[in-house]
Write a protein that binds this ligand. Structure first.
Ligand code: FE2
Length: 279
């Protein structure tokens, strides 16, 4: 089995989005427009209210899925399809925007630490106009695989080697999304579809990847080479990372702001539908 080596890494771009939320954009930049089928990955994290209090007020989406995964704090999701919910540390909100939805994601706190991720997962051309859907799971509903040495794998979607399966269902691109806390010692190994595009973002500590043991340190995104297996070793007493993987769609991407379609005409149509209240 070919073990995936580290292909490239990036520290992303410091930026603001929503109503002044400070964040690091890892995917969705000039340097890295998208890693098929992932269109955007933002990491946010601050204990200064001014960095997050504005949140993400009402805005539309069409053509893909938005995922919020919280590490710390509380966030409220509300959308035009009538879904509403608050997640806390370890919770996930997985929204299929499909043909169009308007949502807001607002911090449900006035101070303290708020940190987590926003991920955009593209939809295949044939499914871009599906009915919107919303899946929400609290930390307690996300299964955790615990190893003897103290390592923990929280599975949001996909399945570990030992069979722990995440609650989020996405049959469009069948992604993997895991939050892995590794202790020194036993490597994290995971078989993965050879054609998948696979990303790893280090939250804490430092890890080595593949048989070459190239290192990736905290707050860096690694893109892995193709292969059938992932192998990650903690180089520090403790390391934590998220693993994101899915098969590429290999379809044209036309994006502008909150809409991601296959052609510019479809993006223009999305703007016009939104302006004429057809969402
Ligand atoms: Fe959004």
């Amino acid at each position: 089995m070919r073990v995936r080596e580290l292909l490239r890494q990036s520290a992303g771009l410091q930026t603001y989005d929503g109503d002044g939320v400070k964040m690091t954009r890892l995917i969705g930049t000039h340097e890295l427009n998208h890693v098929d089928p992932f269109l955007l990955l933002d990491a946010f994290g601050s204990d200064k209210p001014n960095d997050y209090i504005g949140g993400f007020p009402s805005h539309p989406h069409r053509g893909f899925e938005t995922v919020t995964y919280l590490l710390n704090g509380k966030m409220r999701h509300k959308d035009s399809a009538g879904n509403e919910g608050v997640i806390e540390s370890g919770g996930v909100q997985w929204m299929t925007a499909g043909k169009g939805i308007i949502h807001s994601e607002m911090p449900e706190q006035e101070d303290g630490l708020l940190s987590g991720f926003q991920l955009w997962v593209n939809l295949p051309a044939a499914n871009k106009m599906v009915e919107p859907q919303y899946q929400e799971f609290t930390s307690n509903e996300v299964p955790v695989e615990r190893w003897d040495n103290g390592s923990e794998i929280r599975v949001i979607t996909g399945k570990t080697q030992l069979g722990t399966e995440g609650p989020v269902k996405n049959t469009y691109v069948s992604p993997v999304f895991m939050d892995v806390s590794l202790q020194l010692g036993r490597p994290f190994q995971q078989e993965i579809d050879a054609e998948d595009n696979t990303l790893l973002y280090v939250i804490e500590g430092e890890v080595s990847i593949g048989n070459s043991e190239n290192t990736l340190s905290a707050k860096n995104l690694g893109i892995l080479e193709q292969g059938e297996e992932i192998k990650v070793i903690s180089k520090t007493k403790h390391a934590r990372f998220i693993l994101i993987s899915a098969k590429p769609l290999n379809e044209p991407v036309a994006r502008m702001g909150p809409f991601v379609m296959n052609t510019q005409e479809e993006v223009k149509q999305a703007f016009s539908d939104y302006r004429s209240n057809r969402f």
